[in-house]
Unconditional design. Sequence first.
Lengths: 412, 414
Amino acid sequence: MEFLKHALPNGLEVIAEANGEAYSAALGFFVRTGSRDETAEEAGVSHFLEHMMFKGTPTRTADDVNREFDEIGAHYNAFTNEENTVYYAAVLPEYQDRAVELLADILRPSLRDDDFETEKQVILEEISMYEDQPPFGADERCKAAYYGSHPLGRSVLGTEQSIQGMPVQTMRDYFRRRYTPGNIALVAAGRVDFDALVACAARACGGWDSRPGGRAIEPARPHEGFLTLHKEIAAQQYVLQLADGPAAEDEQRFAAKLLATVVGDDSGSRLYWELVDTGLAEHASLSHYEFLGAGLMMTYMSCEPDFAAENLRRIRVIYADVEADGITDAELLQAKNKLRSRVVLSSERPRGRLFSVGGEWVYRGQYRSIDDDLRTVAAITLDDIVRLLADYRLTQSNTVTIGPLHELAPPV
Amino acid sequence: MTQTIHSHILPNGLVLVAEPMPWLASAAFTCLVPAGSVDDPPRKSGLSSFTCEMALRGAGPRDSRQFVLDLDNLGVERDEGVSNAHTAYSAATVAENLPAALAIYADLLQRPHMPAEQLEAGRQGCLQEVRAVEDEPAQKLMLELRRRHYPDPWGQPSHGDVASIQAITIDDIQTHFQQHYRPNGAILGVAGRFEWPAIKDLVEQLFGDWQPQPAAPITETEAQGKYTHLPYDSNQTQIGIAYSSVPYCDPAYYRAWGAVGVLGSGSSARLFTEVRERRGLCYAVYASYHTLRHRGGVFCYAGTSAERAQETLDVTMAEVVRLGQGIEQAELDRLKARIKSSLIMQQESSSARSSSVARDWYHLGRARGMDEVGRLVDELSCETINAYLAEHPPHDFTVCTLGPHELEVPDGIS
């Protein structure tokens, strides 16, 4: 595998991890923009705009866009989160140019009035869908409670009100402000012809105007709290708990992944043995999420409502134990073995590598090979975990629970 | 890369079907055990799921904790699930750990402890799953649609219900295990980096003593069909439409599959274009093909806000009915491009191939290679698909809705 990079004069970066033995090529535009870059009036515009990108350009109708992706047999999609919007396609190598040209073209969308109004209905349906399924919007509520007025507390989807009342001009202004070449990287992984990729990017994106598009990274101040939301139709009780964790720039992020595996992986973790194996919870996990300047340790648990209070107490005991006594050598080894295998398995598809390589680049402006990741994980020691636990307290958290219960007391 | 698919049938009936993929760093296997939801006795719905839950609680020399610890240390990513015909145990890991992982699963399938003292914990786990499905409206609707569309017991949901899970005893589980965890009727699919002679010997050694058991016959009763509304106080209404199709083993399968693809898979498909893109009626809409061994079905889904549900049902139904008039060349060309790229991309995943060769064997008694699938797809033409559609137009629908209001299903359609 070989890492290659190139920058266009307008600031758009082209990077690739080329693997001549792969069967396919995965290609994606990573745009450094998301809900943290929105104002209150713009709530949900990043995600809405991601949808509108597929609604046509000066030279293509929305039908053309969908049809052409299918004509080249692309496995394609897009997603939006707090900090990034990503448009990607996995294709056979012979379709590399057509895929890049098509992805590049949709990134200069027409944003027509009537398409905007039609797609608004789709977004409202999406919001409505999430309100009907677990965790019934409690994930966004919990993030808002935890981050308070900090931009990371903003909703990615927006609300029914913010979307319903949004004029198309708001989106056009946001697009102009954020989709500048300096905020965009074209990332490729797998069987990639890099020279052709650069030539295609120059042709398709070279004429994009460069504008200032930076973002301020304000420090986030976590808020502790406990909130119970009643949801009449829910059968199970759902719990989200956010605690501070290492940020994207923080070297402790690797230790945080290992700690989350030991404490809250789907199988063989402390939460698993205490809550899932015993049948007390349907699901119980701890995961690490990283943003620029902030990180999260997120607990997610779902269970029969009658078990919720006791389960919360047990989670608290597990976290307090870990903070007091750390973890064992055997647990650390088990977590390393799991992560090693996961890295290997998820890297076999170019699609898997695309997100690792692209994420690394947009967050940290560097390339890390699979071996780099494996070596870093292998080198983590129990002392690293002890330091992590001293710096980030799992027991200091903000909890939002939603379900049939009207009241649920925090564990003491 | 040349593709080779090996197979070997052990004297006890276990089928081993294996595809070496030497360019990968991983290996994976899928074992289909003939314990499906169709094998759940009346009033003991969910027994296959509960048995699976208990089989994972220690086997051979390992207690429950050691079992999970050893699999974790081997880096095994595992998955289990009960379908209508099978309980499927899947595992993937780095190639060098394949033999050790297979040995642990040989214990699981032949010598599970099924500890009686963990029965209540296992039961709670199963009950949690029943409740979790209640909270997933789309899944709940599609399970109900399948249950009503297929003749019983083929559409039985695998997770059972609260009453049936509560009725299950440790004896039920032991008996179910004795009867259904048998090599005759079981298929072990392996794919990834390994040497065929070594894997064949290993499987002989690990599974050679597994004792066959007689297969129990399945009694079918008629499908419930037609229209059913499930009242639910949600924002959205979930809409499901099903109609019959040919099974995977039928010579007409690729024609049926092509027609469904034009209707509902991909973003240039008719349902996505007409229901979502042109009218903005919903976020999710699709049609998918599903097969049992002897019959197939097409299952269409749309989820939309309650006030637009009737329009969504009408537009969706109109597209389904219009499919009977045939498809166009450009639609078929796109479908061919998508299947070609999916076939080649399967070569990047040992998990996908291990499950694919095992399921092929269940349906066909052999595994299809990429070349053969490629040829069958190449042979598809608008004429053959349209002739199929003329003979089997979508009709005789089963419709289910879930939401605040019942909808009107047009006369003469259901």
